[in-house]
Design a binder for this molecule. Sequence first.
Ligand code: MTE
Ligand code: MO
Length: 262
Amino acid sequence: MSRIITRRGLLGLGAAAGSSLILSGCDQFDFLGQRGGAARTFLEQANVMTYKAQRLLIGEQTLAREYAPSEIRQGQRPNGSTDPTTPEYLALKANNFADYKLTVTGMVEQEVSFSLDELRNMPARSQITRHDCVEGWSCIAKWTGTPLGPILDMAKVKPQARFAVYHCYDNIEKTLSGDIIYYTSSDLIDAHHPQSILSYGLNDQVLPVSNGAPIRLRIERALGYKQPKFLHTIELVDDLSPFGKGKGGYWEDTGYDWYGGI
Ligand SMILES: Nc1nc2c(c(=O)[nH]1)N[C@H]1C(S)=C(S)[C@@H](COP(=O)(O)O)O[C@H]1N2
Ligand SMILES: [Mo]
């Protein structure tokens, strides 16, 4: 069977067969923000199917496509939070992230923390990939960072762990009952994927604040909202229900697909 069947392809087929909805391109995801909309309900029901189908069809460690430098046509378009205002983040930024630590915690034998310099001195990987946002735009960019898999291995993930939760510094939403902080999550296959890197470089420059400084994780086979910026803690868990509204991420809590595969 073809290796290039994508979630969009599957949804397109399902929609064409099951209803009058046709979901074929990025632009058509715009209306997902409407809670209870027909397309969103369809996507929510399709979550389980797409995760299992994608793992079967795409395989565990297939690489996302990488591009040539000539295919980078513009800077990475900043989206979502572009200038976090939480006191913790402002304090780190004021000191050029000298006091930043990335922590791996939860279901691990050994909690570990790394400074930015330590992360920059670990084996690095660069990759030119395409970022696809559900709002209907894409950008090809070069990301440089250190692979997440070996860092999880240093922490010795316990066998009962099933997910990695990625905690960020930014207040994506301010409400009367306080700030809502961005988070997302992945399974451990994506966490160990060779292209899953803790990136600190973008297009051969230091990763700017607008794109997630000092560290932003890339999960290249997933949509934009699965690429956490301003990352500070990776928590290994066996259950996503205690976090946010229990769906595994800020956007996932509003109804977006948890797996978010492309
Ligand atoms: N912490 C954090 N991560 C985030 C977001 C955000 O608002 N906060 N937005 C997500 C979305 S929807 C997209 S499309 C990308 C945008 O990344 P960029 O600003 O580097 O283009 O980041 C994702 N990761
Ligand atoms: Mo996005």
